[in-house]
Design a binder for this molecule. Structure first.
Ligand code: GAP
Length: 482
C-alpha cells in the first residue's frame, strides 16, 4: 500500500473509532489542529502515565511540575524566542506554494533528476548563511543555484520571508504597569527554567536533578501536513536535567541510552529507530541528537535530546536580576548549572504508535483490520460480552464487569452479534474480550479471546483479576531500566 493510501486509512480509522477528529469539523475544521476522541484520550493518558512513571515517579532525583501556558512576555525575551524562533520561507510564484527554506534546498540537492556537483559544499555555504541569519546572501545564493541548474521553470520568488512562529495574544490590562501582550508558549521548557529555584528549595533537591512536565505547546507552523505529525497545538513531554558544568558528556550519553530503552519497550522494533545528529541547531542549543522513528516508510523526528548549556538560566538570571546561580561546596564558587533536556512530542508519538499498530490481514478472503497496540497503552484493556441477552448471563457479565472495572479500563457491551463486537474491539486495539456463555452457568468459567491471534482460552471467574494483573504488569521494565 502506498504512502498516501496508508495515511488516508489511518486518518479514517482514527476518526471512525474515536481516536482523533478534526477540530471544529462541523465548520470544515481549522488547519492543523485536532481533537482526541474517547479512545484517543484514554490512549494518550496511558502514554503519559508510562512516560511519567519512567521519568518522574520511580526516580529519586526528578520531580514534576505543571507550569502555566501564558507567562510574562519577558520570559520569551530572555529565552531568545522573540528574536530567534523564526521560520524562513519563500512563496513560489510558479505553483503558489510555500517552501520552508531548508526544505527547499534539501529537496533540490536530494532530487535525483537534478545533477548537482559539490552537494556538500552547497550545503555548507547554505548552512553558514542560515546560521548567521544572512538573509540577503541566502537569497542571492539560492537564486544563483536555481539559475545554474535550470530550475527557473519550477521556482520563482521575490523575497525570503522571515516569520516568528509564536502565537501573540493580548492581555486585557488596565494597569499601566502590567504587560499588554504575551505569547502562547512554544515549548514547555521555559516554565521549568523560570521555576528552578522554587522547585529546588521546596523539595530540597541537590544537583544533579531533573524537572519534568507534560503540557500543551503552540507553534504557528507555516507548513503543517501529515495529520498530527506537525500541528499548531500539540503536547510535549519534556525533562530538564540540571548538573554541575563539565558533566555534559556523561549525562548526554546517559539520557540517549535511557530514552532509547523507553522507546524500545513501547515499540519493540529497533530497526524502526534512528539517531540523527542535529545540524540545524535551535538558537539555545550547543549540541543535539534526534531520536527518529520510521513512520509510513520515512524516518521522522520524535524526540530531541539537547544540550542547552546554561543558555536559558543565564539569560533569565541577567534579565530578571534574580539569582539563578548556586554555590558549589567542593569548588567553593557560584555557578549556573548546565542542562540536558529530553523533549518528546506526544502527538507525534501517538501517530507513530497508530501507524505501527494498524494491521490488515486477509483471513478466508475477508479483510481483518485491527490495532496491535502495546497492551498497556490500549484505550480499553478488557471488553465484557454476554453471549446473548439472557437474564442469568447478563447478571454474571455485569458482576464480572463491576469486579474488574476498578482495576482495568473495562467496558461492557451486549449489543450486536458477538462477531461484530469482537470486530469493534479489534479496531479499538482492545487486547482481551471476555465472553460469558452457557458453559459459564455450569462451570463458572468464561472465554478470553486474544486480539492478536483470535485464539480463545477458558478461565475461572475467580481467577480473572489475578490473570489480568499479570498480563498488564510492566513493573519489571521499570525495575530493570531505571
Ligand atoms: N524544548 C525543546 C523543544 O521544544 P523541539 O525540537 O523544537 O525542541 C521537541 O521540539 C519535540 O516537540 C519534537 O521532537 C517534536 O516531537 C515535538 N514538536 C515540535 N513541533 C511540533 C509540532 N508543530 N507539532 C507536533 N509536535 C511538535
Amino acid at each position: 500500500m502506498n504512502y498516501n493510501k496508508k495515511l488516508k486509512l489511518i486518518i479514517n480509522h482514527a476518526k471512525i473509532y474515536g481516536f482523533i477528529f478534526k477540530s471544529s469539523e462541523i465548520y470544515n475544521g481549522i488547519k492543523s489542529i485536532y481533537d482526541y476522541g474517547p479512545q484517543g484520550i484514554e490512549m494518550k493518558n496511558n502514554i503519559k502515565k508510562f512516560w511519567w512513571n519512567y521519568m518522574v515517579k520511580y526516580r529519586n532525583n526528578i520531580v514534576g511540575i505543571d507550569s502555566s501556558i501564558l507567562m510574562n512576555n519577558k520570559v520569551w525575551k530572555a529565552s531568545g524566542h522573540i528574536k530567534n524562533f523564526n521560520e524562513l520561507f519563500i512563496i513560489n510564484n510558479i505553483d503558489n506554494k510555500i517552501y520552508i527554506i531548508d526544505q527547499l534546498i534539501n529537496n533540490i540537492i536530494d532530487n535525483k533528476l537534478i545533477k548537482i556537483k559539490n552537494k556538500n559544499k552547497i550545503k555548507l555555504i547554505f548552512n553558514y548563511y542560515l546560521i548567521n541569519k544572512n538573509i540577503n546572501k541566502l537569497n542571492l545564493f539560492l537564486k544563483k543555484i536555481i539559475k545554474k541548474y535550470n530550475l527557473s521553470k519550477l521556482f520563482k520568488w521575490e523575497n525570503i520571508n522571515n516569520i516568528n512562529l509564536m502565537f501573540k495574544t493580548k492581555l486585557n490590562s488596565f494597569d499601566n504597569d502590567q504587560e499588554k501582550y504575551t505569547y502562547l508558549r512554544p515549548e514547555t521548557a521555559q516554565g521549568i527554567f523560570v521555576n528552578i529555584k522554587n522547585v529546588k528549595l521546596s523539595n530540597r533537591l541537590k544537583f544533579p536533578f531533573g524537572i519534568a512536565q507534560i503540557g500543551k505547546s503552540f507553534r504557528n507552523e507555516i507548513i503543517s501536513k501529515q495529520f498530527i505529525f506537525r500541528t499548531r497545538e500539540f503536547e510535549q513531554m519534556e525533562m530538564q536535567y540540571f548538573f554541575y558544568p563539565g558533566q555534559e558528556k556523561k549525562w548526554y550519553k546517559y539520557w540517549i541510552k535511557s530514552r532509547l530503552k523507553w522507546f524500545y519497550y513501547l515499540i519493540n522494533k529497533k530497526k524502526k529507530y534512528k539517531l540523527k545528529i542535529h545540524n540545524k541547531l535551535s538558537h539555545y542549543c550547543k549540541f543535539a541528537i534526534d531520536i527518529e522513528f520510521k513512520i509510513l516508510n520515512k524516518f521522522k523526528e520524535l524526540e530531541g535530546i539537547h544540550f542547552r548549556k546554561n543558555y536559558d538560566l543565564k539569560n533569565h538570571n541577567n534579565l530578571s536580576k534574580k539569582k539563578l546561580y548556586f554555590y558549589d561546596n567542593k569548588a567553593k564558587k557560584n555557578y549556573i548549572p548546565y542542562v540536558i533536556e529530553t523533549s518528546l512530542g506526544l502527538d507525534r508519538l501517538f501517530y507513530s504508535i497508530l501507524t505501527n499498530s494498524l494491521k490488515i490481514e486477509n483471513i478466508n478472503n475477508k479483510k481483518r483490520i485491527y490495532l496491535k497496540l502495546p497492551k498497556f497503552i490500549s484505550p480499553i484493556k478488557i471488553a465484557i460480552f454476554p453471549i446473548i441477552k439472557n437474564n442469568k448471563i447478563i447478571k454474571i457479565s455485569k458482576n464480572i464487569f463491576n469486579s474488574l472495572k476498578y482495576k482495568f479500563t473495562t467496558i461492557y457491551d451486549e449489543n450486536k452479534s458477538i462477531g461484530k463486537r469482537y470486530k469493534i474491539q479489534d479496531s479499538f486495539g482492545t487486547p482481551y474480550c471476555i465472553t460469558i456463555d452457557f458453559l459459564t452457568l455450569n462451570n463458572k468459567t468464561v472465554s478470553i479471546r486474544f486480539r492478536d491471534n483470535m485464539k480463545q482460552i477458558r478461565c475461572k471467574i475467580k481467577n480473572l483479576i489475578k490473570y489480568f494483573k499479570k498480563k498488564f504488569d510492566i513493573s519489571l521494565f521499570f525495575k530493570k531500566n531505571i
